[in-house]
Design a protein around this ligand. Structure first.
Ligand code: NI
Ligand code: MN
Length: 225
């Protein structure tokens, strides 16, 4: 499986079978992304919540590629009204897709659509495929139930925000990693805009001091998991 980072909370997962999954594809409006929405293709698009910096290019990509969008029920209704194919899910539920299993967890944040419509509640996403489990926390505060997520799931890669202001900052993110205990933590949702500027190397150093492993991905970098 391959994991590519576009900056902000946008990632692409490519399975060993060649299925292409985008998570929160905020590309065209994302000042740090090396690609625009029109440059990518997807079989599936998974959305953590309805904010514009996460839905991003979803409608354009999904219509062009015929992608299935996996998201919460309320956001799914909005996207269906815009002509997109949707697989609705919700917090606590899991489903086995052809590429692997997706489970929606809680996240503490907002989730209005860009025009103010109610976009359901925000989520974190656990994706298991080819023996690898990724936990993308979505936008969230630190919360104690992350401990339970770490106890119930063996997380290989935890993707979590460190940009502060709208989400966890570095110190809370370090505690979140201690709660979930992934093999590797990957920081996200930082340095996209001035208000969420933060130093991923400070996060990495603080994780090292509590014996946790960090991998900082540069914007556009792809790694083999
Ligand atoms: Ni958000
Ligand atoms: Mn966000």
């Amino acid at each position: 499986m391959k994991l590519k980072y576009f900056g902000h909370s946008a990632f692409a997962v490519t399975t060993d079978d060649g299925l292409r999954i985008l998570i929160d594809p905020f590309l065209t409006g994302n000042p740090v992304s090396p690609v625009k929405g029109r440059d990518v293709e997807a079989d599936y698009i998974i959305l953590t919540h309805a904010h514009g910096d996460h839905v991003g290019d979803t409608v354009e990509i999904a219509k062009r590629c015929g992608s299935t969008v996996i998201c919460n029920f309320e956001l799914g209704n909005i996207l269906e009204s815009e002509g997109v194919k949707v697989h609705h899910m919700h917090i606590g539920g899991g489903f086995n897709f052809d590429f692997g299993r997706v489970k929606f967890t809680i996240a503490h944040h907002g989730s209005a659509y860009h025009d103010g419509r109610y976009g359901g509640v925000p989520a974190g996403i656990i994706i298991s495929s080819g023996g690898v489990t990724i936990y993308h926390t979505g936008d969230t505060a630190l919360y104690y139930d992350m401990k339970l997520i770490g106890e119930v799931n063996k997380i290989d890669y935890m993707l979590l925000p460190i940009g502060d202001n709208y989400t966890m900052g570095i110190d809370d993110a370090v505690i979140a990693v201690e709660f979930v205990n992934p093999a590797v933590a990957i920081p996200m949702h930082y340095n996209t805009f001035p208000v969420i500027e933060n130093d991923p190397h400070e996060f990495s150093r603080k994780l090292e001091s509590v014996h946790k492993k960090c991998r900082i991905l540069s914007f556009g970098e792809e790694i083999e998991l």
